[in-house]
Design a protein around this ligand. Structure first.
Ligand code: NAD
Length: 294
């Protein structure tokens, strides 16, 4: 199977290496960042243009920032789909607006090209380990055919419905993660202001009902004052904008998402956009004039 992968950033670069390690060695890659391309080429991939990828690959994968990037790469003037024909498949692994996923799928369907939207959860560490969680939308038979390819990058690959269902599931995931981080930051700030060590709060509650994967990953970062990304605040703002759009269009109220989005916006306007999303804690530290755990 010949595979094309466009987008070799924090996530796409290790994912490309896991595709190669998984035995899918006929891999063409492209990115605006030549250093990322060189790195993946040194592991066995070949550099290619949009035209070469569109004309020759059985399946085209993308791992790009947001909806406009995926639309430009696939449907733009020199977009990959200009060179694709019936029978080829497109799998978008980026986290984008599900409405955009459906629009791209509809355009590709005009040429007989099938699409899966297959965003991931797990971040850079799991992208490196090949243990990401995929949430996939699209036809069952296309999912079944390409599940083994996705399993080279992920430990869990679940079909959630038709095209768009993958990104809808990802938005649900991002709401839960953002609100959970906010709750941990708010609770630890209150504990410290009340004179209780947040590290001991963490030790005491992590095994109970309040414990979570988010708390286990992000509480130690807040306590250490470590804001190195991980997952950047600006990317989380992008996801929650998509969540708010989606929620408004289907008539679902999301007041908690709106509140945490305002905190993320405050972080963005205070030079926090490139920090890890656990730096939501810095908003509370600013308001209360403390440093959590320090
Ligand atoms: P990134 O910014 O590190 O990488 C994006 C890559 O796309 C860059 O290398 C950039 O050069 C490339 N690119 C942009 N436009 C391009 C174009 N026109 N042609 C070719 N290449 C182009 O982002 P990332 O962290 O790898 O995230 C990618 C996607 O995965 C996003 O949708 C993000 O929300 C999602 N995601 C990220 C994480 C995480 O922890 N970083 C976790 C889960 C999901």
């Amino acid at each position: 199977m010949k595979i094309g992968l466009i987008g070799l950033g924090i996530m796409g670069r290790p994912m490309a290496k896991n595709i190669l390690k998984g035995g899918f060695t006929d891999l063409l890659v492209s990115d605006l960042n030549q250093a990322a391309v060189d790195d993946v080429v040194s592991c066995g991939a070949k550099q290619a243009t949009n035209k070469e990828i569109g004309e020759t690959c059985d399946v085209v994968l993308t791992m790009l920032p947001n909806s406009p990037h995926v639309k430009a790469v696939m449907l733009g003037a020199n977009g990959v789909s200009n060179y694709m024909k019936e029978g080829q498949v497109f799998i978008d692994m980026s986290s984008i607006n599900p409405v955009a996923s459906k629009e791209i799928a509809a355009e590709l369907a005009k040429k007989g090209v099938e699409m899966l939207d297959a965003p991931v959860s797990g971040g850079e560490p799991k992208a490196i380990d090949g243990t990401l969680s995929f949430m996939v939308g699209g036809k069952q038979e296309i999912f079944d055919k390409f599940k083994p390819l996705l399993e080279t990058m992920g430990a869990s690959v679940v079909r959630c419905g038709e095209v768009g269902a993958g990104n809808t599931t990802k938005l649900a995931n991002q709401i839960v993660v953002a609100c959970n981080i906010q709750a941990v930051a708010e609770a630890f700030t209150m504990a410290q202001k009340a004179g209780v060590d947040p590290q001991l709060v963490f030790e005491a509650i992590k095994g109970g009902l309040a414990g979570s994967t988010v708390m286990n990953a992000k509480a130690p970062m807040m306590i250490a004052g470590d804001d190195k990304p991980g997952f950047k605040i600006d990317l989380h703002i992008k996801d929650l904008n998509n969540a708010l759009d989606c929620a408004h269009s289907v008539g679902a109220p999301v007041p908690m998402t709106a509140a945490v989005q305002e905190i993320l916006q405050w972080m963005h306007s205070h030079e926090g956009g490139q920090k890890d999303h656990s730096a939501i804690a810095q908003y509370y530290e600013f308001l209360t004039d403390i440093k959590i755990g320090r």
